[in-house]
Structures are given as structure tokens and as C-alpha cells.
Ligand binder design. Structure first.
Ligand code: C2E
Ligand code: SIN
Ligand code: FE
Length: 362
């Protein structure tokens, strides 16, 4: 065994004769660092590691072994170093006290060579097992974390895919969904950072809403081409068909919500899909729900969806300028839109313009 590979043992005793004796017994197999006080040993530990500490109980004039042990136990970097207590007394309380404080073993003086060698090697071995086990757990935890990250990533990609498939016929690049999601993100993140009664959002809830908003128009898969892609204005009958797309979407998601129980993302996906064409004044569809009766997630998506529709070419209309689009949103605050959410938009016009221009956010 080379010097480098030898385990390091700190020996702490106010009696140099004892330190010498221990040195003689153990130096063949271990790197021994002797100290005549607990203070000196603790000082050494600030810059060095140790694999085991042999600690004298009674050291008059300085820290006692108990003091040193308490200090070691209270320090995260030191508390896993095994400590074997040494004492000259045969007072039974010392043993119980030391073990209670976290010492691994206990030896009485005079020190018997074989006993010392055996107990030290046993503690060193146990410590190696503990370290291996810890490493094993750490590796496994890391593996699980990576597997979980991958699943989350896959979930996100699957969701994007589903949303894009639903959107394929009326927008072919997926940009509508990406922009709408980013408008939703802008509003939701503002609600997270500016607490307002009735509009409280945790970061986790906001993230669910942002992801879920991608699915808002999934019900359009059930709309016939001749209605969805009609280049001109819809007849009343055709619009009646369009008005069913939130219900088709919600029906698709109901199954998923049932299967996954209390899943925040899917529940919000259902809320958003069903409620994104409701209006603040109750004049929307499919249910005509009013004000805060429509879930917050759906009210946010309504603003985002309409801003994107207004600033985009559609088969039935040309894009409005940002200025006109903002004007329409602001005019419809309190009738179509939740007025507080429109206040939020007003704080973020530049973010909206950047997203529209394709230079904002992810
Ligand atoms: P979309 O094109 O994604 O529009 C979403 C919402 O944005 C619309 O919901 C409406 O609230 C708003 N919006 C869109 N364009 C305008 C506009 O020029 N002015 C104003 N003030 N708001 C606008 P809405 O009306 O419930 O329509 C839902 C979906 O029905 C639309 O989604 C679109 O796919 C279809 N649609 C609506 N009107 C027509 C139409 O005249 N022709 C055709 N072909 N499709 C239409
Ligand atoms: C798209 O294909 O998603 C872009 C069309 C639009 O401007 O909404
Ligand atoms: Fe819609």
C-alpha cells in the first residue's frame, strides 16, 4: 500500500505517550495524524479529510472528547467521520454518553494492540460500505432524475405534436400555437410575479396553464374543411358548427382527465379547451358563462388567442396591425375580455410585439 492510498486516522489525546503508542501500532497500515488537543484536530480538519478519529475522552485544559464529538456531529462535512472513543476511566456512563453522542465504538486504556487494530479496521471497513452505498444511491437517484427528465421532455414533445396535428389544417407551421403559448406565458408569468386578489398563480400552476394552452383548439379536428377553411364569412349555420369545437375538444380531454385523476395540466387543458370562447359579459360560447365563472386559464387563453388571430392572416381575413389589435382588445375589456387581464396586457405591449415579430421568448 502506498502512502497516498493509506486511510487517514486522526488521533487526539493530551498524553503524548498514548499518541506514540497508537502511532507504533497503526502506522504500518494507516496514515496517522496525532494531535494533543481537540482544538488542533478540528483546525486540521478545516483543510484536510480524515477517515477515522481516535478521540480521548478526558483532556484537561481544553475541549473534552465530548465537546469535540458534539462539534463533529454538528458539522455536515465531519459528521460522517467515524469516531472511536478512548478513555482511562472505567466509568460506565462515559461509554453510554459517547455512543449516544454518535461515537461508533469505545476503547478503555490501557490500549491492547490487537483490540485497537481490530476495532479500527472494522470501523474503516464499515465506513467504506457506507460510502459505497451512498454512492450507489446517488448514482441511482441521478439515473432516475435523468429518466424522469426524459419522460417530461417526451410529454412536452407529444403535447406539441398533438397540438400541431390539431392545428395543421388552418395553420401549417405551428407558429400560431407557439405565439399563443407565448402570449399566455407573458400574462401568466405577470400574474405569478404581481399578486392580485382573485388572480393568484403559483409558478407550477402557471407552467401547467402555459403548456395546456397549446391544446386550446384541439376540438377543431372535428370541424369540416368546408367550414374551417372557408375563404369568406361564415353563415349562421356554419358558425353554429364552429361553436361546437370547444365541446369536441373537452370531450377528447374528459377521458384523459378521468384516467389521470387529479392532473393539473390535463385539467387546465380541459378548462381552456372548453372555455376559451366564453366572454366576460356572458355572450360567448358554448355555455355563456360569465366573468370569473369561466376558469382563469381559459380567460387568459381567450386574450392570447384573439390577439394572435387579429394579428394573423386567416382564410377569411387579413392581419390587423399591432396597434389595431391592441385597440380592439382594449375596447373589448369588460365585454369580451377579463378587464384585469387587459390591464396586464397593457403592461406588456412590447413583449406582445416581440412575440408577434418572432423575436420574443422560446
Ligand atoms: P380563429 O380564426 O383562430 O379566431 C379566434 C377568435 O379571434 C375568434 O373567435 C374571434 O373572437 C377573434 N377574431 C378573429 N378574427 C377577428 C376579427 O377580424 N375581428 C375581431 N374583433 N375578432 C376576431 P370566433 O369568432 O368565435 O371564431 C372561432 C373560429 O371560427 C375562428 O378561429 C375561425 O377558425 C372560425 N371563424 C370565425 N369567423 C370566421 C369566418 O368568417 N370565416 C371562416 N372561414 N372562419 C371563421
Ligand atoms: C401559421 O401557419 O401558424 C401562421 C399563420 C398565422 O399567421 O396565423
Ligand atoms: Fe378556438
Amino acid at each position: 500500500m502506498t502512502i497516498d492510498e493509506k486511510k487517514i486516522i486522526l488521533t487526539v489525546d493530551d498524553d503524548p505517550i498514548i499518541l506514540n503508542q497508537i502511532m507504533t501500532i497503526l502506522k504500518e497500515d494507516y496514515a496517522i495524524r496525532p494531535f494533543t488537543s481537540g482544538e488542533a484536530a478540528l483546525k486540521f480538519l478545516e483543510g484536510h479529510s480524515a477517515d477515522l478519529i481516535l478521540l480521548d475522552c478526558n483532556m484537561p485544559g481544553g475541549m473534552s472528547g465530548f465537546d469535540v464529538l458534539a462539534k463533529l456531529q454538528a458539522t455536515a462535512e465531519y459528521k460522517n467521520i467515524p469516531v472511536i472513543f478512548l478513555t482511562g476511566s472505567v466509568d460506565g456512563d462515559d461509554e453510554v454518553n459517547a455512543l449516544g453522542l454518535g461515537a461508533m465504538d469505545f476503547l478503555t486504556k490501557p490500549i491492547k494492540d490487537k483490540s485497537l487494530v481490530k476495532r479500527v479496521s472494522l470501523q474503516i471497513e464499515l465506513q467504506e460500505y457506507r460510502n459505497e452505498l451512498e454512492q450507489l444511491v446517488a448514482n441511482r437517484t441521478e439515473e432516475l432524475r435523468e429518466a424522469n427528465d426524459k419522460l417530461l421532455e417526451r410529454e412536452k414533445i407529444t403535447l406539441d405534436l398533438l397540438a400541431r396535428a390539431g392545428d395543421l389544417r388552418d395553420h401549417d407551421t405551428g407558429e400560431h400555437i407557439m405565439r399563443t403559448t407565448n402570449y399566455v406565458r407573458t400574462i401568466a408569468e405577470d400574474l405569478v410575479t404581481h399578486p392580485q386578489a382573485g388572480y393568484e398563480l403559483t409558478p407550477e400552476h402557471a407552467e401547467d396553464i402555459i403548456e395546456a394552452s397549446k391544446l386550446h383548439d384541439i376540438g377543431k379536428v372535428a370541424m369540416p374543411d368546408n367550414v374551417l377553411l372557408k375563404p369568406g364569412k361564415l353563415t349562421a349555420d356554419e358558425f353554429d358548427i364552429i361553436k361546437t369545437h370547444p365541446l369536441h375538444g373537452a370531450k377528447l380531454l374528459d377521458d384523459a382527465v378521468d384516467k389521470l385523476g387529479n392532473d393539473g395540466l390535463l385539467r387546465e387543458a380541459r378548462n381552456i379547451t372548453l372555455g376559451h370562447h366564453e366572454k366576460w359579459n356572458g355572450a360567448g360560447y358554448p355555455s355563456g358563462s360569465k366573468g370569473p365563472d369561466t376558469p382563469l386559464s381559459a380567460r387568459i387563453t381567450a386574450v392570447a388567442d384573439v390577439f394572435d388571430a387579429l394579428t394573423s392572416d386567416r382564410p377569411y381575413k387579413k392581419a390587423f396591425s399591432n396597434e389595431d389589435a391592441f385597440r380592439i382588445l382594449y375596447e373589448d375589456a369588460g365585454s369580451h375580455f377579463d378587464p384585469y387581464l387587459i390591464e396586464v396586457v397593457k403592461r406588456h405591449e412590447e413583449d406582445f410585439e416581440n412575440i408577434r415579430a418572432g423575436i420574443g421568448r422560446k
